[in-house]
Design a protein around this ligand. Structure first.
Ligand SMILES: Nc1nc2c(ncn2[C@@H]2O[C@H](COP(=O)(O)OP(=O)(O)OP(=O)(O)O)[C@@H](O)[C@H]2O)c(=O)[nH]1
Length: 337
């Protein structure tokens, strides 16, 4: 793809803040949910693992790989409305090329979905029950349902997918991570007797790298106050400057230059201060004393980025386009049948 700004050389790796402590988020409810999921495992026919299409690799979860290694699993890349069709093709190719390491024999396939726009959600059940590559034994009695457990890291759209499948707003959705705290069963009105099990978003106890933490914070799988601080948690949005810096690095690296026009800038920039000044100017964000209101600009910028208003972007292009190996724990090594 030719860049709109060919003279602008973006950075190929993010080397700032190397000493930043890796964020880990594994509160009590996640530990409890992990235990409950293990207990329910024998009743589960299929696992629907939901990832975020913007981070199809970094939104994997080692714990999920381990717990469900012997379960038939469909991997969804949800929020596909936030990435382009050409990015979807690259991701598909990446998973096809790395099939032997990225997918175990129990993985039924991958599917791009958008719970928001209803894209491909209705294909989920069919891809599990009528998959050409595996034989699904019928239930002894019609009253015994096929059970689907919906799992994934926080805020990837698990509850939204369930609501779309049952055509009701029964599972609790929310813009912030960690809304679902308990498990809930939801019957589906389909030809076959199907039951969906919603689970709280869970992380593995340790996030592997600083950069994975940046990516997960950028898609808001990790709450902002853990990353730097936000007003609701008693911190200030200004602590999120490293995250905005990372966002700018990603936009430049991915030729995602919509921000230049949106904020009436002369061209792309690598300076987070320059970007924030342009935002304050464009959106007239000034304090009573006439100073640029950084806090307001940061918060609004993140909101715009997360909702796709600054352009469609995949944050895992470093892995997908080949400069980096997949994280070791994203590899599914199951041989169990
Ligand atoms: N753009 C877009 N937004 C989505 C999509 N699916 C869900 N969302 C939004 O993402 C946010 C999180 O959705 P949830 O369904 O609550 O996610 P969850 O995985 O159940 O979240 P936890 O409770 O943290 O585990 C909400 O603001 C949804 O409206 C999608 O396909 N596209």
């Amino acid at each position: 793809m030719s860049s709109r700004f060919p003279l602008f050389k973006s950075e190929l790796s993010f080397t700032r803040f190397p000493d930043r402590k890796i964020i880990n988020w594994f509160p009590g409810h996640m530990a409890k949910a992990t235990k409950q999921i293990k207990e329910k495992l024998k009743f589960i026919d299929f696992v629907i693992e939901v990832r975020d299409a913007r981070v199809p690799i970094s939104s994997y979860n080692k714990t999920i790989n381990e717990i469900f290694s012997h379960k038939k699993r469909l991997i969804l890349f949800n929020k596909c409305d936030l990435i382009s069709k050409s990015a979807q093709e690259k991701i598909e190719k990446y998973f096809a090329d790395n099939g032997s390491i990225m997918e175990g024999p129990q993985v039924l396939g991958t599917l791009f979905t958008s719970a928001k726009q209803g894209i491909n959600v209705k294909k989920i059940v069919d891809l599990c029950l009528h998959n050409k590559s595996v034989e699904i034994a019928p239930k002894k009695f019609k009253t015994i349902p096929f059970t689907f457990l919906i799992a994934g890291i926080p805020n990837v759209g698990k509850s939204s997918i369930i609501n779309k499948l049952i055509e009701k707003k029964k599972a609790k959705e929310g813009a912030l991570p960690g809304v679902t705290r308990g498990m809930g069963f939801f019957p589906m009105k389909t030809k076959e007797n199907c039951l969906l099990l919603d689970t709280p978003g869970i992380f593995q106890p340790d996030i592997e790298s600083n950069e994975q933490g940046f990516k997960l914070a950028l898609i808001n799988a990790i709450p902002d106050h853990l990353f730097g601080g936000d007003n609701s948690a008693g911190g200030t949005a200004i602590d999120l400057i490293p995250l905005i810096d990372y966002m700018l690095y990603q936009m430049n690296r991915n030729d995602c230059f919509e921000y230049v026009e949106i904020f009436d800038m002369k061209g792309p920039t690598k300076s987070v201060e320059e970007l924030l000044l342009a935002v304050c100017e464009k959106w007239k964000m000034y304090s009573a004393g006439g100073e640029p209101d950084w806090n307001k600009a940061l918060s609004h910028l993140l909101l715009w980025f997360r909702s796709g208003k600054l352009g469609q972007i995949v944050l895992d292009t470093d892995v997908i386009c080949g400069n980096l190996a997949p994280p070791s724990s994203s590899i599914v090594t199951t041989t169990d049948t």
